[in-house]
Design a protein around this ligand. Structure first.
Ligand code: SF4
Length: 388
């Protein structure tokens, strides 16, 4: 069973496309000071080595914009062709200036045109409209340069930084997050700019899940089909950060939402990529390896299930898309291994049965030969490829 993916527009980020039927893209963000070209290049090289498809870096000042040609030149010299995304806050002019040097710009609608004080003010309808007019005026030079340099845009809404205008009308809510993005989207549409991607991040997975779902409903109502960038912001590190990201991003992927993901960890950026891949693989949103199903073992298990599973994984994990089950007993194993293509199931002390789909095709194989026999079975059914 696969998630039914929401149909979206396709947006080009340089040579890579996001949305439509494109694979769900994995991206990350540098932690280096973007004026430090050497540090950025080393980090980019590490992300490139683990196949991070899109790389974002912060652009807080003009000096950072000025560093980009040197970063790009060194990337080219090293044969690294990853699209770059500039992350801009509080300074519309920087967003305009950076279009020439990157494939995508990310702005935060909460602070793009608002030197906000993060305080709630009262706005009359007329004042609210004036504010939107002001936002439109600030956005127009950016739209012009985005078009000129074939650059995409992400409207990256963050729960923690909504504008005073939005906070006044909608509060610190998913509804406010969605309206914050829609205000910008409507302006971009009026000026025929469609290369837009949306995100609704929060450090609280419940808030971000609700916001993305609401955004999709509201966009559908306005006949908008922009791709989504998914992420739980400030997710933390180690197990907590991974679980929080898996819950937030994984839930939405299971809904069929999401066209690119960023797992945000308080760790070296390259650590995010295997986690992102694992989330995509677990939700069957993008397949990288073989898929494994294994039971926890119990008193019915008569072989070392943990080490056997590791052994089978080590020699078959490169079989992209093949589903392999390792189950402790024939009592519950065959029924529980769901849609596995191949099954390795304990049949008694040191005896293994092998399955192809739901059919038991080899009985009572001595355990010491069973992994090799499983590989032969996979080969006989044409599912084997040699490791790269
Ligand atoms: S499949 Fe069998 S061995 Fe594994 S946990 Fe279930 S009952 Fe125990």
């Amino acid at each position: 069973m696969l998630p039914i993916r929401r149909q979206t527009n396709t947006v080009s980020i340089g040579s890579i496309k996001i949305g439509g039927s494109e694979p769900i893209r994995i991206q990350s963000m540098l932690t280096s000071d973007s004026t430090n070209v050497d540090a950025c290049i080393e980090e980019i090289a590490r992300l490139d080595a683990v196949d991070c498809e899109i790389i974002r870096l912060t652009v807080p000042n003009q000096k950072s914009v000025d560093s980009l040609p040197a970063i790009r030149a060194e990337m080219l010299k090293r044969g690294i062709e990853r699209p770059l995304v500039a992350d801009v806050h509080f300074n519309p002019q920087l967003a305009v200036n950076v279009c020439e040097f990157v494939e995508k710009v990310r702005i935060n609608p909460g602070n793009y045109a608002d030197r906000k004080k993060f305080e709630v003010r009262e706005y009359t309808d007329a004042q609210y409209q004036e504010e939107l007019q002001r936002v439109e005026e600030k956005l127009l030079p950016l739209v012009e340069n985005l078009k000129k340099y074939s650059c995409a845009l992400r409207i990256g809404t963050n729960h923690g930084s909504l504008s005073d205008r939005v906070m006044n009308r909608f509060g610190d809510t998913p509804e406010g997050m969605v309206e914050s993005a829609l205000e910008f989207l409507r302006i971009l549409r009026r000026h025929d700019f469609e290369e837009t991607i949306l995100s609704m991040k929060s450090s609280n997975p419940l808030v971000m899940i609700k916001a993305y779902r609401l955004l999709v409903r509201e966009m559908d109502a306005e006949n908008m089909h922009y791709p989504l960038h998914l992420g739980v912001t400030e997710a933390g590190n180690e197990l907590d950060g991974r679980i929080k990201s898996a819950v937030g991003i994984g839930t939405l992927l299971c809904d069929g939402l999401g066209d690119t993901i960023r797992v945000s960890l308080t760790e070296p950026a390259e650590n995010e990529i295997p986690v992102a891949r694992s989330i995509l693989q677990s939700t069957r949103s993008r397949i990288y390896n073989a898929d494994f199903i294994s039971c926890p073992s119990c008193g019915r298990t008569f072989f070392d299930l943990e080490s056997t599973t590791e052994q089978i994984k080590a020699c078959t994990s490169h079989l992209k898309g093949v589903k392999i089950a390792v189950m402790g007993c024939v009592v519950n194993g065959p029924g529980e291994m769901a849609d596995a293509d191949f099954g390795y199931v304990g049949a008694g002390p040191d005896k293994i049965n092998l399955y192809h789909g739901q059919s038991c095709v080899e009985h009572n194989i001595p355990a010491e030969h069973a992994v090799q026999r499983l590989i032969c079975l996979i080969k006989e059914h044409g599912k084997w490829v040699d490791p790269a």
